[in-house]
Design a protein. Structure first.
Length: 549
């Protein structure tokens, strides 16, 4: 497989600001004078749970450097009928925080104990959680590193690594901020819970600014059914077992402004080296992912909007695709490999995308095949100042306010194609459209009437017309009466790349004069017609047509 250098996301662990606690309780594993209520370092508890047990809602437990691995706590969660065994258990409203972060403060689990159990809206900040295990003992199959009762539990600035479980090997539920989840494995010889070894890194979690790296599961190597914002998923694996194995990076859920890099789904015919059955992927960079033979290198069963998709593929196979069963809007899909059918298999739906020429035979709905012109073709996927992707998307498809960099998603009036929005466009018209007709992209042609039809170039672009052809206009013909059915046939000169709305009036002096009688009229090449069945009296009737954005 061809490899390319890539600029990786590197983040530091910044501690989450917390409110001033009602009381603080101290823990030092090397302390020599543990005395309740552990109110200072001289009397600090040597066991984290002892200090937690002394705290109430609104209090903080502060933990200094060391390895903490003693104790077994029990929590029964009726939602899963799970008896959770853990090293520490944090009740709702209590915050447990380290002094010097995860590099110095570790909680180590061990079969059958997970590292931490968080109840209600409890908080854990600044720890490494490692070696936790949840393999069905006590009927708990979830959360080897951390088991959270709900997503109200908060975990920040933690490293969650080398944990195991049937599902959610790193963490189950919870909301995570600035965390690293690495080398967690969801696996086992049997799965009576029916969760199929899902979520190597996380299961059902909300994750903000997190890194998921080197995690493994049958479904969702990095994450399963989570909401991920500004996260990096890199080098995660969905391994093959029987007829299951998909979603190397993620399976299910929502990914917003994420980097999905070098993940693998190894199951034959399985989909989604990057993602599988992900409900939504917005403003994501999806590169170097791979599926097994005849699989889908990027995604299967997913909806992708404003994503950049490059250098993904499959190992072998005549049925290999980049995407399968997917909907793509405003996406760049270029430079992918081993894709015999590319996007044909499974009825993918593409609109307003930038795709390379092999896709020409497919339904690519108002898309372009121009080279996208990245800043660097191998490792910087921002757009150059003359990229045809600038202003070439569809605003109606946009569902986020920011691009992958956190900058404004729409600049210049119309959204760009791809994960990154070019921030200083000089024209408000699609650069691909201007370049197609040899017009400058510096803004000088935007309001010029190039062909003398009375319509400026911006209007011609909106209407999908040719600005160099005087006969290419949006003009209505005189209505024609019809008896089958009764009414008036209203026709106009049209193109098949636009959708129209039709309005009518019987009194131009009224306010408003016109009302919409039909929208979402799919344009036909040459002429489009609509029968107004309400126009059965002597009139008068007035009509106007517009392009629907």
């Amino acid at each position: 497989m061809k490899t390319h250098p890539v600029r990786l996301l590197v983040t530091g662990l910044a501690f989450l600001a917390v409110n001033v606690p009602a009381a603080v309780f101290y823990v030092d594993v090397n302390g020599t004078n543990a005395t309740p209520p552990y109110a200072d370092w001289n009397t600090a508890a040597t066991n984290i749970q002892d200090a937690i047990n002394a705290a109430s809602s609104g209090d903080m437990v502060l933990v200094t450097n060391g390895l903490y691995q003693s104790g077994t706590q029990h929590f029964y969660d009726p939602s899963n009928q799970a008896n959770v065994l853990s090293i520490i258990q944090i009740p709702s409203g209590v915050t447990v925080s380290s002094v010097n972060g995860p590099g110095a403060t570790l909680i180590k689990g061990g079969s059958p104990r997970v590292c931490a159990c968080l109840i209600g809206n409890s908080v854990l900040s600044g720890f490494t959680l490692t070696n936790g295990s949840a393999f069905g003992l006590g009927n708990n199959y979830f959360g080897g590193g951390a088991y959270c009762q709900t997503t109200n539990a908060l975990i920040s600035d933690c490293v969650i690594c080398s944990n195991t479980a049937y599902a959610g090997a790193g963490i189950y539920l919870g909301t995570l901020t600035n965390c690293i989840l690495s080398n967690n494995v969801a696996s086992g010889f049997a799965d009576p819970s029916g969760h199929h070894y899902s979520g190597g890194g996380a299961y059902g979690s909300v994750m903000n600014n997190c890194i998921l790296v080197g995690n493994t599961a049958l479904q969702g190597g990095g994450a399963f059914n989570g909401i991920l914002n500004n996260c990096t998923l890199i080098g995660n694996t969905a391994y093959a077992s029987g007829t299951i194995g998909a979603g190397g990076g993620a399976f299910g859920g929502v990914l917003n402004s994420c980097m999905v890099i070098s993940n693998v789904a190894s199951y034959t015919y399985g989909g989604g080296g990057g993602a599988d059955c992900s409900n939504v992927m917005n403003s994501c960079l999806i590169i170097y992912n791979q599926a097994g033979p005849d699989g889908a290198g990027v995604a299967q069963g997913s909806a992708l909007t404003n994503c950049t998709i490059c250098y993904n593929g499959t190992t072998t196979g005549d049925d290999a695709e980049v995407v399968r069963f997917c909907t793509l809007r405003n996406c760049i899909m270029y430079y992918n490999f081993y894709a015999a059918n590319y996007v044909s298999y499974g009825g993918n739906d593409l609109k307003n995308c930038c795709v390379d020429p092999p896709t020409l035979s497919q339904n690519i709905g108002n898309s372009i095949t121009n080279i996208p012109l990245f800043v660097n073709i191998n490792n910087d996927f921002h757009l150059q100042s003359n990229s045809p992707c600038i202003n070439s998307g569809n605003n109606a498809c946009v569902n986020t306010t920011n691009d992958l960099d956190g900058n404004a998603r729409i600049v210049g009036g119309t959204v760009d194609i791809g994960a990154y929005e070019y921030q200083t466009p000089t024209s408000i018209i699609s650069y691909a459209w201007l370049q197609q007709y040899g017009l400058p992209t510096d803004g000088s042609a935007d309001y010029a009437d190039t062909d003398g039809t009375g319509m400026n170039n911006w209007q011609k672009w909106i209407a999908g017309l040719n600005p160099t052809n005087p006969t290419s206009v949006l003009v209505m013909s005189s209505p024609v009466p019809t008896d089958n059915p009764s009414g008036l046939v209203v026709s106009w000169q049209s193109v098949n790349t636009r959708t129209y709305f039709l309005q009518s009036s019987t009194n131009l002096g009224a306010q408003p004069a016109f009302s919409t009688i039909q929208s979402n009229i799919v344009g036909q090449a040459g002429t489009t017609s609509y029968v107004d069945t309400n126009a059965v009296s002597s009139g008068p009737y007035f009509y106007r047509v517009g392009v629907q954005q």
